[in-house]
Design a protein around this ligand. Structure first.
Ligand SMILES: Cc1cc2nc3c(=O)[nH]c(=O)nc-3n(C[C@H](O)[C@H](O)[C@H](O)COP(=O)(O)O)c2cc1C
Length: 185
């Protein structure tokens, strides 16, 4: 299947999560295109879409929200997954989900919404961001778990197999069958 992975990222942490998702979907035999949300005019050339965004001050990135505004109907008409990255520290903070995650998920009828940890490198921040990060007591470090990301992406790949009717793509390794309720995995 032709899959679009489009991730809004300021400092690269969320883009790297999107790259892991794209790699896993490619390994499962899909034709994957990775684009910045600003570069996506239309999504009707894709069978499925994975949307990703960093969260700043309680909001998804404007580029991601604007893409959803432009293509809401077309997104809702195909399988869509949504992830966001942001929480920092141990325990992960903030615990609250950004309000617009639910709004965006409903508009695109997301099949799943997943929160991943974030990464904060103070040296990459501008002055205003540094001041904000200090104000909200954001902890520096890399709190992403890329194995967790790959596991989630394999779940997306399995669901895509089901949408396609369970047939692996020509020349692609067969994906694991979807777990049944009685399956002990
Ligand atoms: C100024 C600032 C504000 C932030 N606000 C939030 C927030 O409200 N919620 C959250 O979960 N993460 C917040 N974060 C953490 C970022 O989302 C996290 O560092 C993310 O991984 C950055 O992704 P990027 O490198 O793709 O831009 C904030 C970070 C900074 C620097």
């Amino acid at each position: 299947m032709r899959v679009l992975v489009t991730t809004a990222s300021r400092h690269g942490a969320t883009r790297e999560i999107g790259d892991v998702v794209a790699d896993v979907l490619r390994e499962a035999g899909h034709d994957v295109v990775v684009l910045d949300p600003d570069d996506v005019e239309r999504v009707d050339g894709y069978d499925a879409v994975v949307l990703g965004s960093a969260v700043y001050v309680g909001r998804l990135a404007a580029a991601l929200r604007e893409l959803v505004d432009r293509q809401a109907e077309q997104l809702a008409a195909r399988p869509v997954w949504l992830f966001w990255s942001g929480r920092l520290g141990v325990p992960a903070m903030p615990v609250t989900e950004p309000d617009d995650v639910g709004v965006v998920a409903r508009r695109v009828r997301a099949r799943d919404v997943r929160a991943f940890g974030g990464r904060l490198q103070r040296e990459r921040l501008g002055l205003a961001e540094r001041a904000l990060a200090a104000m909200i007591d954001a902890e520096a470090g890399d709190f992403r778990d890329l194995d967790e990301v790959a596991r989630w992406a394999r779940g997306v790949a399995r669901e895509l197999e089901v949408s396609r009717g369970g047939r692996p793509a020509a020349g692609a390794p067969a994906a694991a069958p979807p777990a049944r309720p009685s399956d002990p995995r």
